[in-house]
Design a binder for this molecule. Structure first.
Ligand SMILES: Nc1nc2c(c(=O)[nH]1)N[C@H]1C(S)=C(S)[C@@H](COP(=O)(O)O)O[C@H]1N2
Ligand SMILES: [Mo]
Length: 334
């Protein structure tokens, strides 16, 4: 549970302590009005925590949502933590990060995705790499993950819908893979493609979202893809990625809005021209290709000045580039 009382309340200096006599004369007043106000405001302050606590996660079993890899993969977790990447916020409780998702291939309701992924088979998994590279190739996910050296990094994460979280991701810098692939000098962008499996993903075969331009695609400029912050992520909270969070491999670009962080990647292509991307195609006025977190650029339907921290009921100011300005500001003109 989040902390409600701070220790400082119990460390008042002697000078601030009310003398006993005065205290006694105040007593009646405090009893009749003070206590009522205190209890009411405590109840009000606790309301978001209480509501979050009773969110319908009954029956959530983490092991059921992590694909069964066997020992070859699980021996890689937990991965050593890279302490260069720490943040000034508390980690989001894993329960919230596992059960509050966006993954429109499965469902439109964030709190039901961990249930809607039950038919999704993420093992085995292949990732094709092609386009403007020396040797196009197909990686088996297990081989890929065992060849790269995995590390844990704590990053802030900011969805364009103004909710946010802090997650210990496990993965490897995308640049490590790109260097191996040696893309052609004509490659300016990297395009990522997610899976197309209507038989496993209800959102791709029925209902409102089935008319969307599947598969989900995203893209980065090559210099953004080479930024040391950009990761291919295969785990979180010390374990392999659960299916609802994009098993077995997803992108994490922490200075951009959540929708750039494409899940369950099946293809990575090096291309010359800026690729079409999923949300930018669906609603170009609402979701830009660049999608850098910026509190001063409102979404057409809401402000981006603040964000709600998942599982806490707290709202905090949003930071430019999600607080990663020192790493990325030189990538951009403004
Ligand atoms: N394939 C795919 N990737 C996706 C999405 C999606 O619908 N499909 N949603 C995006 C959005 S809008 C967000 S906020 C994050 C959510 O990641 P999480 O569920 O792990 O928090 O995934 C992103 N990646
Ligand atoms: Mo999002």
């Amino acid at each position: 549970m989040p902390q409600i009382h701070g220790d400082r309340d119990f460390q008042r200096p002697e000078s601030e302590v009310t003398p006993e006599k005065k205290y006694l004369t105040r007593r009646q007043f405090i009893k009749t009005t003070g206590m009522t106000v205190a209890l009411a405001s405590l109840g009000y302050a606790a309301l978001p925590y209480v509501l979050d606590w009773f969110r319908p996660t009954t029956g959530f079993d983490l092991d059921e949502t992590i694909p069964h890899w066997g020992r070859e993969i699980t021996s890689q977790y937990p991965a050593p933590s890279n302490d260069d990447f720490q943040v000034d916020r508390a980690l989001t409780g894993s329960r919230y990060a596992y059960t509050h998702n966006n993954f429109y291939e499965f469902a439109g309701n964030k709190t039901s995705i961990w249930k809607a992924v039950s038919d999704f088979d993420a093992n085995p998994w292949a990732v094709k790499v092609g386009g403007l590279v020396d040797t196009p190739r197909t990686y088996d996910f297990k081989q890929l993950v065992n060849r790269m050296s995995l590390e844990e990094r704590v990053y802030r994460f900011r969805c364009v819908e103004a909710w946010a979280m802090v997650v210990p991701w496990i993965g490897f810098p995308l640049r490590d893979l790109i260097k191996e692939l040696n893309p052609d000098s004509s490659a300016n962008y990297v395009r990522f493609t997610s899976f197309m499996r209507p038989e496993q993903a209800p959102g791709q075969r029925e209902g409102f979202f089935s008319s969307y331009p599947w598969p989900y695609v995203e893209g980065l400029r090559l210099d953004e893809a080479m930024n040391p912050l950009t990761m291919l992520v295969t785990g979180m909270y010390g374990r392999p990625l659960p299916r609802q969070n994009g098993a077995p491999i997803r992108l994490i670009v922490p200075w951009k809005y959540g929708f750039k962080n494409i899940k369950s990647i099946t293809r990575i292509d090096f291309v010359r021209d800026r690729p079409a991307t999923f949300w930018n195609t669906v609603a170009p006025d609402e979701y830009s290709f660049m999608a850098n977190v910026n509190p001063d650029v409102p979404h057409p339907r809401w402000s981006q000045q603040t964000e709600r921290l998942l599982g806490t009921g707290r709202e905090v100011p949003t930071r430019k580039y999600n607080g990663y300005e020192e790493y990325v500001a030189d990538l951009y003109d403004t």
